[in-house]
Design a binder for this molecule. Structure first.
Ligand code: GDP
Ligand code: MG
Length: 308
């Protein structure tokens, strides 16, 4: 029987809110993109890549998963870190299901256990997810599962690779079976709650995260000043500002003869054209805003953490 037939035969529609938690870099945003079926969340190997709490929606004939991706939980070092933690913890309130992600390639440690302790206390279905299974042998996966098993009362255990997609359908099935009966919370054709301008700013920030090391990625904030669609040439003109904290960082982002900034622009434009489905003209400027990461108002103005 197909899913649609099951519904007609008296099965009820299931839906609910699912939160992904786990330490930075576990692969939460990659898994979200994989489940939604297109890139809505940025990813990188830099910690604190995700600064927004964002929602991705996957709707099937029988079920709707409303997935909340969070900045990873970690020990905060500054106001930005604190905001990101608050945002991640708040996202746990009242959800139907929590998926706790572990990176298979890093031995489960105290940091993971700390996150799992928050999960264990929740009145929600709990799934242990061991991600990045493509990177390790089966015995390593088994060891991760055994290490994490006592941390909470898991309703399901899933081993998968968000990168290759292996095991992801099984994970979606596991979540679906744990969700209560419920309505469509979002229209079936809607896959994210993020405004276009926020996604554009984030896609630009992703290129910076992937191009620079050390402090630079953390010191960056991106804001879209203006987006203007020119119908005649099917072109979106985008004007965006990249904020840094110090003059030296501005120099690094711009690079010799503007080369580094140009490269960021080229990479971002390619991504933005597939996001927006039209040609893109991208104007990027770099501005210094001293110590913005200590300024909660500025953090929220960017929309990071709990946003405005
Ligand atoms: N090999 C491998 N890499 C992955 C997998 N999932 C995520 N990654 C990589 O791990 C890094 C962190 O992923 P991201 O989704 O940004 O992690 P987040 O901080 O938990 O949201 C990125 O470089 C991803 O490409 C996976 O299943 N296999
Ligand atoms: Mg992320």
């Amino acid at each position: 029987m197909s899913a649609a037939e099951t519904l007609e035969a008296g099965g009820r529609f299931h839906s609910g809110f699912v939160t992904f938690v786990g330490r930075p870099n576990a692969g939460k945003s990659t898994l979200l993109n994989r489940i939604v079926g297109r890139k809505i969340a940025i990813t990188s190997s830099t910690a604190q890549t995700t600064r927004h709490r964002l929602t991705g929606v996957r709707t099937t004939d029988t079920c709707q998963l409303v997935i909340v991706d969070t900045p990873g939980l970690h020990k905060p070092h500054d106001a930005l870190g604190q905001e990101l933690n608050e945002s991640a913890l708040q996202a746990l309130d009242g959800v139907d299901c929590v998926a706790f992600l572990l990176d298979a390639s890093k031995p489960a440690g105290r940091g993971d256990e700390w996150v799992a302790q928050h999960v264990a206390r929740l009145d929600a279905a709990k799934i242990l997810v061991v991600n990045k299974a493509d990177l390790v042998e089966q015995d390593v996966v088994d060891a991760q599962v055994e290490a994490a098993r006592p941390w909470a009362d898991w309703d399901a255990v899933c081993v998968l690779s968000a990168r290759t997609g292996a095991g992801v359908d099984e994970f979606v099935d596991a979540v679906s079976s744990l969700l209560p009966e419920g309505p469509h919370w979002f229209p079936a054709d809607m896959d994210t709650d993020q405004p276009e301008e926020v996604m554009v700013a984030e896609f630009i920030r992703e290129k910076i995260l992937r191009s620079f090391r050390d402090e630079v990625p953390h010191a960056i904030g991106v804001a879209v000043e203006e987006m203007e669609y020119v119908k005649r040439s099917d072109l979106m003109r985008i004007y965006a500002l990249i904020y840094v904290e110090h003059d030296s960082q501005k120099g690094i982002i711009i690079g010799k003869g503007g080369q580094a900034l140009k490269e960021i622009g080229t990479q971002a434009r390619a991504d933005l054209e597939s996001l927006l489905g039209c040609r893109v003209f991208l104007d990027l400027r770099v501005k210094v805003k001293k110590n913005w990461r200590r300024d909660v108002n500025q953090i929220r103005r960017f929309g990071y953490g709990q946003g405005i």
